[in-house]
Design a protein around this ligand. Structure first.
Ligand SMILES: *Cc1c(COP(=O)(O)O)cnc(C)c1O
Length: 301
């Protein structure tokens, strides 16, 4: 029996332990970051909102003109079989489509590459450690590192252009913050490495609609906020307004809804997770169990 405790991968139709998955050094996914991906969570034995994640992944591939020679049903089946084989009950499940290696050696013509799909899963990832989430997340917003403009790299197709985020993370870690949030060149708050951001102001919540990935957790948070009676505004979110917020939270498939207690030198809710964000965080984990959002994994079947 293969050991899938560290995770599993699906490559070229085969399921293998994640440590055995590899790809070629000539792949444009590596040499040009010419790749799109998506990440769907598996929670207590079921995929959460699988069809919505697949919708986004299919749209990202179309946007980047990637065609891996597999249709949606085949991709869906590969993910289900891989997670079932892994035995993981709580998992971070990545699906990837890469431009591939050039078919004509040395070509610079993106049409002549062998696009390919692969997938992998590992035990569920919390991008912010749970003990930090319990105390409230600290966020650094640098004034000298900005989000890549959306007319340069489309943020709505999940991508590996992480140069801005990686620089931002170093700046945040150098100053002892948990993570980083980036502004655009007009001074609006956009997103961070793998998450969207919201502010709460009375009975309103605001999240950016520009220069960001339309996160599925962002969507769940919007629906949850509406169900809790908030008015949801999707629009540019100026840094000054962001800093004056009553509460702030982040949203990600790798951790859910994360209350923020510090941004730069400002402390929120006396340094403990705000009641509204904390209630929404709980609501998210309740919604993860709603039958209409769940696709059971056929383990051992
Ligand atoms: C994945 C990601 C998010 C969050 O999206 P979810 O679908 O909620 O996980 C936000 N921003 C970026 C840049 C991301 O890569």
């Amino acid at each position: 029996m293969a050991d899938f405790s560290a995770g599993a991968a699906w490559m070229r139709g085969k399921i293998m332990p994640i440590g055995e998955a590899s790809m070629g050094v000539l792949d444009w996914g590596l040499t040009h970051s010419d790749v799109t991906y998506d990440v769907v969570p598996v929670w207590k034995g079921a995929f959460f909102r699988l069809e919505d994640y697949l919708d986004r992944f299919m749209a990202s591939m179309a946007d980047l003109r990637l065609a891996p020679g597999m249709d949606r049903a085949e991709i869906r089946q590969a993910l289900i079989e891989m997670v079932a084989a892994s035995g993981l009950r709580e998992a971070y499940v990545a699906m990837v489509c890469s431009r591939g290696a050039p078919i004509v050696p040395g070509t610079r013509d993106p049409r002549f590459c062998a696009n390919h799909f692969f997938a992998w899963c590992v035990p569920y990832v919390n991008i912010i450690p749970l003990e930090r989430v319990a105390r409230g997340v600290s966020v650094y917003i640098p004034d000298d590192i900005h989000r890549i403009p959306e007319d340069c790299v489309n943020p709505r197709a999940k991508n590996y252009h992480w140069g801005d985020f990686t620089q931002g993370l170093f700046a945040a870690k150098d100053r002892d913050f948990d993570t980083v949030l980036l502004t655009d060149h007009a001074g609006n708050v956009t997103e961070g490495p793998g998450f969207n951001a919201f502010i709460v102001q009375g009975d309103r919540v605001v999240t950016s609609d520009h220069g960001v990935l339309h996160g599925l957790t962002r969507r769940t948070a919007i629906e949850l906020c509406e169900a809790h009676g908030y008015t949801v505004e999707k629009r540019p979110l100026p840094m000054e307004e962001f800093l004056e917020a009553e509460e702030i939270f982040l949203t990600t498939s790798s951790g859910g809804i994360l209350p923020v207690t510090r941004v730069n030198d400002r402390i929120y809710s006396n340094g403990t997770p705000g009641p509204k964000s904390a209630a929404l965080r709980e609501g998210y984990f309740d919604w993860m169990m709603r039958p209409e959002f769940r696709e059971d994994v056929p383990y051992g079947g």
